[in-house]
Design a binder for this molecule. Structure first.
Ligand code: ADP
Length: 495
């Protein structure tokens, strides 16, 4: 199949979070399965392209913006065999200092305009490239408009006329909400400023809603999250819209980059190990304790936690957990960056409990690897978690996760049950309520098992030996694309 993947961020070129990782990995995995994949993304000032990689100029495309034909330069870079990244360049929209979507903690005020332009230019580029496209796969609010434009304006044209659209939600909390006057900027027909089958949302514009309503099918990044977001509790106001898609809303679990996150070949950790030869993990733990200024003791369980300091991740539960388990021998290492209140809270805790608690308030990928390798347990008490990557890294590194049963965590971590200890699927500890009590109960169950090395290692090995690769996810997307394409065959165009 010919697949066009439209995303506002793509690793390794530009990334703010999980979307970038998916857009970097999934297209390659699809190409490795024999498909031809074009990845379309903006060329930001901060985009990094390896000097060694040849960049070829692409066509100049022209799209109307507020009634004025506006041009974008394009350039192409090969990401892998049969997988090409196309960059959309525009000095005013994308060559800005700051982050991809804002600066100094504030969103750019013209984000609706910037990503209207991106969405229009992406489709126009596909038309100009003149390859038949089977599937246009858009992601999050930044490319949601491309789903609608495809339906409105490209049905009569080749090569996009028969293309089916897939829209993936990576985090429902980010919806692309704009005031009423942003609607004019999108260029959509007036009739689409509507609550029913339109982008109106409480008097403003909601781009994510448009993607959900207009795509041929909608996916999100785990099966459990796909169910949760159809409820009022986790639906962020869009649960009704999501429910209206019925069976056309499904969840496909993300994969992990199995070459970067592999304890058998990881260059960032002090010793290599695997499920068969796990000895090196002891050295990783010793070195991590040394690095963090914690007492070096292989018998004391070490719990790690990594993530954005945001309330989503459940960091509020950590301090009470540390206090309530004061009588137990256990150490904590936290790595994160974000809301200042957590940085202060943890800095205070680290100075009060230097032998038990160590915090690192920064973004540090190498330290993240060393924590995954050196810790015995990994905490993820998230309020919600569309997919989550760290629990999969932990499983691969034999670091037993303690997680809340939500989203992708529920789909990857299987609770340890002593009555079913021989079950090969159990690989961690799971709790339900978002509360200190529930986390503490699961954490204590983990600490109780820890001294039983035989059982503990069996649990860790269960996680290490499962397939968390992107190929598994790509196979699921491929099946979805095939269903769409074969359903469409025989239908008159434009249905
Ligand atoms: P989210 O996308 O919601 O932030 P995920 O678990 O899906 O959460 O992915 C987060 C990614 O960012 C993981 O790869 C994690 O290791 C990494 N990460 C988050 N914070 C840090 C940090 N402070 N230092 C290093 N890596 C981090």
């Amino acid at each position: 199949m010919n697949i066009a993947f439209i995303s506002s961020e793509v690793t390794p070129f530009a990334r703010t979070g999980g979307l970038g990782d998916v857009a970097g990995a999934l297209p390659r995995a699809l190409a490795a399965r024999g498909h031809t994949v074009s990845v379309i993304t903006p060329l930001y000032r901060s985009t990094t392209i390896d000097d060694a990689v040849p960049v070829s100029p692409g066509p100049v495309v022209s799209v109307p913006m507020k009634g004025i034909e506006t041009k974008a330069g394009t350039a192409a870079v090969e990401m892998a065999e049969k997988c090409t990244a196309y960059f959309i360049a525009h000095a005013h929209y994308f060559e800005r200092s700051g982050d991809l979507y804002g600066a100094a903690g504030k969103d750019f005020p013209d984000n609706c305009e910037r990503f209207t332009f991106f969405s229009k230019a992406a489709l126009e580029l596909l038309r100009r490239l003149d390859m038949p496209v089977d599937v246009v796969h858009c992601n999050d609010w930044q490319s949601a408009l491309a789903v609608i434009y495809l339906d409105l304006w490209y049905r009569q044209s080749t090569p996009l006329g028969a293309a089916r659209s897939v829209f993936t939600i990576h985090n429902l909390a980010y919806q692309g909400l704009f005031p009423r006057d942003a609607f004019e900027v999108t260029g959509l027909p007036a009739g689409l400023f509507a609550a029913e089958r339109g982008v109106e949302f409480y008097g403003g514009v909601n781009l994510l809603k448009g993607g959900i309503l207009f795509a041929d099918t909608v996916t999100t990044v785990s099966p459990t999250y796909a169910k949760e977001i159809t409820t009022g509790e986790a639906g962020f106001g869009l649960d009704g819209v999501l429910r209206s898609r019925g069976n056309e809303l499904t969840g496909i679990l993300n994969g992990i980059d199995a070459s970067e996150w592999d304890p058998a070949s990881d260059g960032a950790i002090p010793a290599r190990y695997s499920a068969q030869r796990i000895g090196g993990k002891r050295k990783c733990k010793r070195k991590l304790q040394e690095e963090c200024g914690l007492p070096v003791d292989g018998t004391v369980p070490l719990a790690g936690m990594i993530g954005r300091f945001a309330s989503q991740k459940g960091f509020d539960l950590v301090k009470p957990l540390v206090e309530r388990t004061a009588e137990l021998p256990v150490q904590f290492v936290i790595l994160g960056k974000g809301e200042k209140e957590y940085e202060r809270l943890f800095a205070d805790l680290a100075s009060a409990l230097p032998e038990r608690f160590s915090v690192h308030s920064r973004f540090d990928n190498d330290l993240a690897h060393r924590i995954e390798a050196g810790a015995d347990l990994f905490l993820m008490p998230s309020r919600y978690e569309p997919c989550g990557l760290n629990q999969m890294y932990s499983l691969r590194y034999g670091t037993v996760p303690v997680v809340r049963r939500t989203g992708g965590l529920a789909d990857t971590v299987v609770d340890y049950d002593p009555r079913l200890a021989a079950r090969e699927e159990s690989n961690g500890f799971v709790f339900d309520d978002f509360s200190v009590d529930a986390l503490e109960e699961a954490f204590r169950r983990a600490l109780d098992l820890y001294p039983n090395r035989r059982k503990w290692l069996a649990l860790a090995r269960n996680g290490m030996t499962r397939d968390w690769s992107w190929d598994r996810s790509a196979a699921a997307y491929e099946k979805l694309y095939r269903r769409l394409v074969s359903n469409a065959a025989g239908e008159p165009m434009g249905t």
